[in-house]
Write a protein that binds this ligand. Structure first.
Ligand code: PEP
Length: 251
């Protein structure tokens, strides 16, 4: 049985003060051994504050990106080694906003994924189709390409230490959640792609759904057999809605 997971992606929506308050509220609410793993991907500059707040708790700290290089002359970049110094346990890799707004591609995403694996940080590999790809019937093809590049560079065994986030680009921040059936269909496809290399790894791989998840839509999504939790943007900015989503996971 896979353990469910819910991860907040705060993006650039929080101030330092509000991030501290929100994280303390989350930590207090999940101080009991939670029914699911709970993670928060914070903006880089708040990671030291957040590391202090999550210390000794079961909330996992994550970042929203990392460099595709180990170290060197890459002004403005943050490496996996730097994140691991602050106790980051998770990192988003290939979020749609990075791919489509900042030109990250399958190869550079795979390099970032590999750096996370090498430094013992669990990458949350984000994959998903654009509206155009969906309308043209190319959803599976787009996702297969995103997965295949990572598998060929990092190897299938790396997926024992990774999480996959299915985030249809058209659903992120749009208020338009994929239906539970639409999401399940793609989650099952992702699992089958991994299973074609290793049925054992596919069975234990956690695949999270992201894209306008709200407390109202979470229970139906999380009830699906291949949906193991969620990646939450806007609804994670409010303590109550984020915790309601955490409570909606399968136990
Ligand atoms: C995200 O950015 O990863 C995300 C899922 O955002 P939202 O929940 O706001 O669609």
């Amino acid at each position: 049985m896979r353990r469910s997971m819910v991860v907040a992606n705060w993006k650039m929506y929080v101030s330092r003060a509000s991030a501290r308050v929100l994280l303390r509220e989350i930590v207090d609410a999940v101080s009991e051994p939670p029914s699911c793993e709970v993670g928060v991907c914070a903006p880089y500059v708040y990671i030291p504050d957040c590391a202090e707040i999550v210390q000794g708790t079961c909330v996992l700290l994550g970042a929203q990106n990392l460099s595709d290089h180990k170290d060197g002359p890459y002004t403005g970049e943050i490496s996996a080694a730097m994140l691991s110094e602050f106790g980051c346990r998770l990192v988003l890799v290939g979020h749609a906003e990075r791919r489509y707004l900042y030109g990250e591609n399958n190869l550079s995403v795979a390099a970032r994924y590999l750096k996370a694996i090498e430094y013992g940080i669990a990458p949350i590999l984000c994959v998903g189709e654009t509206l155009e790809q969906r309308e043209q019937g190319r959803t599976f093809q787009a996702i297969a390409e995103q997965l295949d590049t990572v598998i060929s560079i990092a190897g299938i065994d790396s997926f024992t230490r990774a999480v996959v986030g299915y985030e249809p680009v058209w659903a992120i921040g749009s208020g338009q959640t994929a239906s539970a059936e639409q999401a399940q269909e793609v989650h099952a496809f992702i699992r089958s792609q991994i299973a074609s290399h290793s049925p054992r790894i596919a069975e234990s791989l956690r695949i999270l759904y992201g894209g306008s998840v709200k407390p109202k839509s979470a229970p139906e999504l999380f009830a699906m057999p291949d949906i193991d939790g969620g990646l939450i943007g806007v609804a994670a900015l409010n303590k109550q809605s984020f915790l309601e989503i955490c409570n909606a996971v399968k136990v």
